[in-house]
Every structure is written in structure tokens, then in C-alpha cells.
Ligand binder design. Structure first.
Ligand SMILES: [Zn+2]
Ligand SMILES: [Zn+2]
Length: 242
């Protein structure tokens, strides 16, 4: 499995940055995990939109889905110009009506609604959707292929689901929205030390931090590394192999 980071900012986009989006390539398949604001520009540096086989939304916050509207709009434009545009598989928690109406018109996506913990197979790739603690219905993604495990935390606080999702992962792409030294605490996000603790307790090999704050990434990295040594800060347009 190859994972390319297309966006790794949390809710605030940095200059030249982008919010959550990752391209997973396996067995010739290309699967997009979330599509936050700014990510479509990075996606286009790697592949063309029609080369995407499936899109997975972990939840419906704008920093994870904004650019899906641009994706849809561009595909729709090609359709109006007379090109053959076949629908792309879209896996998502149940959408509110306004979102479903916007995304699903003109048959640009083939909808697969995720309800509760679910496993989906795509060839030899399996993805487990595991519900985690956030402000609304959200799924961590646990991919298994050829004996390897790649987990993406989505947005989450500390909960049973994220422990289940990260268990013995070879690569754990985990949100770390702030440092433990920050004055506030949020139950629905993780700080760097919590991400490190989950990785360590789950026997994760490599921890890759994402959904990053604007400042003091070094502090974030150091506190996660103090708990789980093999930890890195994710980099936009860098590809990680599992
Ligand atoms: Zn969120
Ligand atoms: Zn988010």
C-alpha cells in the first residue's frame, strides 16, 4: 500500500497548506480518503480526477469534504461537454439531506452508506470502518492488504474504537490536533502525547501525525516521540509505503 498525503492541516489552513486528504494506492486501485479544503490542487499533482476509483469520507466536517464539491463540479462539467463520465464509488456515513442533494445529483457517484462498524472488500484490500469519538458520526479506517495494516484515525478523541482500529498497525496515520501543553482540552480530538500513547499500547510500528495545528509542530513531535519512538510529522505530497 502507498499513501500520499494531500492535506494534513486541521481546521485552519496554513499558507500553501491543505486540510485532510490522503491518496491510497494498492493493486492499481486509487482510493481517496477525505477531501478537505485545498487538497484538490495537490491531488492533481499526482493523478487525474477520472483515475480515482473510490472516495471514502470519514465524516462530514468541511475540513474533510470541502473539495469533494469541486471534484463533483469538475466531473459534471465534463459530462455536460459530452464526455462519458462514469460514477465513482463513494463510501460515507449517512448524509444530511442538503449534502445528499448536492453531491448525488447527475449520477456522478455510486453511493455506499456506512452504518455502524462495517467491513468492505475491494479486491484483496479490506477496509474496516470503526466508529470513533467525535462531534458527529465518524469512522476510523483500518486497511489490510497482503499481511500489512494501515490505519487512518480520522478525527477522534480517546475511545475504544481508535484502540481497535490501530491495533498492531504497520502505519498509523493519526490526528494530533494540538499539544498537551495547550491550555484547552477537547474530548473529540487528540493531542500529541495521546496519539503516542495509543500507538504504543496498540503495538503500532510507525506513527505518522496529521490534522496538525499551525504552530509548534516540533513540540507536538517531541511529546509523541517521548511515548512512541518511531513517530514522524506527515508531509504534504510525501508518499509512505506499507
Ligand atoms: Zn471533524
Ligand atoms: Zn478535522
Amino acid at each position: 500500500m502507498k499513501i500520499t498525503v494531500l492535506g494534513n492541516n486541521s481546521t485552519t489552513v496554513t499558507q500553501g497548506g491543505a486540510c485532510s486528504s490522503y491518496l491510497l494506492e494498492v493493486e492499481g486501485r486509487r482510493i481517496l480518503l477525505d477531501m478537505g479544503n485545498g487538497s484538490i490542487f495537490n491531488l492533481k499533482k499526482r493523478v487525474k480526477l477520472h483515475e480515482i476509483d473510490a472516495i471514502i469520507l470519514t465524516h462530514h466536517h468541511f475540513d474533510h469534504l470541502s473539495d469533494l464539491f469541486l471534484f463533483r463540479y469538475e466531473r459534471e462539467g465534463h459530462k455536460y461537454m459530452g464526455e462519458e463520465v462514469s460514477p465513482i464509488d463513494l463510501y460515507t456515513p449517512e448524509m444530511p439531506q442538503w449534502l445528499q442533494e448536492n453531491l448525488m445529483k447527475n449520477d456522478l457517484f455510486r453511493l455506499h452508506v456506512i452504518k455502524g462498524d462495517t467491513k468492505v472488500s475491494m479486491g484483496d484490500l479490506t477496509v474496516a470502518f470503526i466508529e470513533v469519538l467525535h462531534l458527529l458520526e465518524t469512522y476510523a479506517l483500518r486497511f489490510t492488504h497482503d499481511g500489512k495494516i494501515f490505519t487512518y484515525s480520522a478525527d477522534t478523541g480517546v475511545c475504544d474504537g481508535i484502540y481497535e482500529a490501530a491495533r498492531e498497525a504497520d502505519l498509523f496515520l493519526c490526528e494530533a490536533s494540538y499539544g498537551s501543553y495547550e491550555p484547552y482540552r477537547m474530548k473529540h480530538h487528540l493531542h500529541g502525547a495521546e496519539a503516542g500513547e495509543i500507538a504504543e499500547k496498540c503495538g503500532v510500528k510507525k506513527l505518522l501525525l496529521t490534522h496538525l495545528p499551525e504552530e509548534n509542530l516540533d513540540g507536538l513531535l517531541q511529546e509523541a516521540r517521548a511515548v512512541h519512538e518511531d513517530t514522524e510529522i506527515s508531509e504534504i505530497l510525501k508518499t509512505y509505503e506499507v
